[in-house]
Design a protein around this ligand. Structure first.
Ligand SMILES: Nc1ncnc2c1ncn2[C@@H]1O[C@H](COP(=O)(O)OP(=O)(O)OP(=O)(O)O)[C@@H](O)[C@H]1O
Length: 247
């Protein structure tokens, strides 16, 4: 059972953005979607969540777009890249909104999501009083509070400090360990190599490579995908990927 894109092509505003993308995402595994700015990562994530009309995305063999919207919201948790918070509500109330697909309730799930994201101390505060990284963790907590089977997260580490980056990676790994399917858009190649079971590397809307980090994150493919030179330095926690401007 899996979340799959099969030969997915998508145009936005008249421009081709995804071109015959095929990728399979497996429950219990962390898949990182990588690629340069504009490669199509967010669009692929949005297509997997049925947030843009796309033919060829299936969940457990059924067309994602055809699922009952409430059931889909319970099943697929989506964390956008720049989530707007329109109301200056208390943090706990915002996280509790993640329970809406279940009709509310679930205080234990809200508490667990606050704990997992290290945001318990922020719970009584108002959202607009938070720093960027605090807000990012709270928004992740809102998605986790819904206890989805799938977590699709667009650059969840972007504004986090090193401790909270590592804590967030650990929580994503733990969630996958409990059977959740985790799909995460990342820019940090070293962290991607460390966390991901599988990688899908996009370039100009096409799949440049997919497989394990060792298979995909080669110096050659990084050069083609990002236009940089990179050196992989062996480390017990996974390769450290040192980028350089091309000569
Ligand atoms: N609504 C739209 N209309 C026209 N073009 C769009 C639209 N949305 C996205 N695009 C274009 O599609 C391409 C892919 O965008 P996408 O947001 O998926 O890239 P990305 O890989 O997530 O990039 P980044 O790393 O910068 O977040 C980009 O060239 C972008 O300009």
């Amino acid at each position: 059972m899996a979340l799959s894109a099969r030969n997915l092509s998508l145009a936005l505003g008249g421009r081709p953005v995804l071109d015959a993308v095929s990728a399979t995402f497996v429950p219990g595994r962390v898949t990182a979607i990588l690629g340069a700015n504009g490669a199509g990562k967010s669009t692929l994530l949005r297509a997997l969540a049925a947030l843009v009309p796309a033919a060829g995305v299936t969940l457990d063999g059924s067309d994602v777009a055809g699922l009952d919207p409430r059931e889909r919201a319970r099943t697929i948790g989506y964390l956008p890249q720049d989530a707007a918070v329109h109301w200056n509500m208390r943090v706990r109330d915002l996280v509790a909104l993640g329970r809406l697909p279940h009709g509310g309730g679930g205080d234990a799930a809200v508490d667990a999501a606050l704990a997992a994201t290290d945001t318990i101390a922020l719970a009584p505060r108002t959202v607009r009083s938070l720093s960027g990284g605090e807000r990012a963790r709270v928004l992740l907590a809102r998605v986790l509070a819904g206890e989805p089977r799938w977590l699709l997260a667009d650059e969840p580490l972007a504004s986090l400090d090193p401790l909270h980056q590592l804590q967030t990676l650990a929580l994503l790994r733990a969630a996958a360990g409990r059977g959740m399917g985790v799909v995460v858009v990342l820019h940090d190649l070293t962290l991607a190599a460390r966390i991901a079971d599988d990688i899908v590397l996009l370039k100009d809307g096409r799949v440049l490579g997919s497989g394990t980090p060792g298979q995909v994150l080669t110096e050659t493919r990084i050069a083609v995908g990002y236009g940089i030179e990179a050196t992989l330095v062996a480390h017990p926690d996974g390769p450290v990927i040192v980028p350089r401007l091309p000569i």
